[in-house]
Design a protein around this ligand. Sequence first.
Ligand code: PLP
Length: 400
Amino acid sequence: MTYQPGWHFLQVPGPSNVPQRVMRAVDMPTIDHRGPEFAKMTLGLFDGLKRLFKTSTGEVVIYASSGSGAWEAAIENALSAGDKVLMFETGQFATLWHQMAGRLGLDAEFVPGDWRHPIDPSIVEARLSEDRAHKIKAVMVVHNETSTGVMSDIVAIRKAIDAAHHPAMFMVDTVSSLASIDYRHDEWGVDVTVAGSQKGLMLPPGLGFNAISKKALAAAEKSGGRRSYFSWADQLAQNRDGFFPQTPATNILYGLRESLKMLDEEGLENVFARHIRHGEATRRAVKAWGLELQCVDPAACSPTVTTIRVPAGQDADAFRATVLEHFNMSLGAGLGKVKGQVFRIGHLGDFNDLMLAGALSGVQMGLGVHGIPYNDDGVNVALAYLGNAAKSAGKPLAYA
Ligand code: PLP
């Protein structure tokens, strides 16, 4: 591989770009994780994370793991082998979580989906209403399906659970939504929220999170689920004093302290608005090109990732290879059932209007180089939208 000048455009939907401030924070001597300096830092992190998950009544735990570890923690702590749970096939990540649930011994019903629509809350209500014996112990959903760019409505699903008067726990995967899309653990009545470090939090991969309600903690105390490394009880017993039962990912935690600070400086509402704007600009470009979005419900299209179908007869992976070769940009691959049929543009984390302009330019030039026909100048359409948004906001849109 020869040297490629300029920045590599990392446009996969996570790991997202790690900003300089976070890189500098991570680049520090590793300190004693049983010492007082470390404890002081971590106690602040738990407070910051609670604000981010929007929980004041729940607990947050941090694992040295990827998001999948946090999936596993949710299952092993709150549930027991043989428990029935209700899950929804929104895409590849829902499929993988469902597979994991099966491997860990749950009786996991998987409501089929076409990977193009969000979860239908009326199915949640109907399925729970039929379950008069309350055998279903948890409803487990992916908020933002990173494989398809389709976002499900967590508030509507909560309402559906309530309408069925069902006591099932509610577990939500926010791996590609937390810190990018509005999310409220307490207010939305979520029992376990699953997240990871490498997307909205602008960190390197390596941390997994659970936010845990009182109801889920009580369920964990009663459940006979086998757990060891991921035990909430073990984590919380030490977290209270700022420590961890195992060796934590010390240097990524320094990064987390910085990224929480950056999110505070920008203001979460501004962060959410920025992601909505970039999702909209991207979809406008896609429509102008005449390409098809994987998400067919306009109200459910994701602010963090856009999944785009290539025309029949084209191979999306070959297109991604062309873009990488000619423009030094990594686009997200199609996963599972849609491999080769779609590519994904990640627009999340430490990202601004000009970075999006560059990414869309790379896609548009790539279409030309690769010989995928497109109609109009989608880049100009996106630029016009972004320019107007900046004008009407009347204030700088980047970090304060
Ligand atoms: N859930 C969602 C929505 C994801 O996007 C991902 C990864 O991209 C995961 C879970 C799994 O996380 P990890 O790859 O960090 O284990």
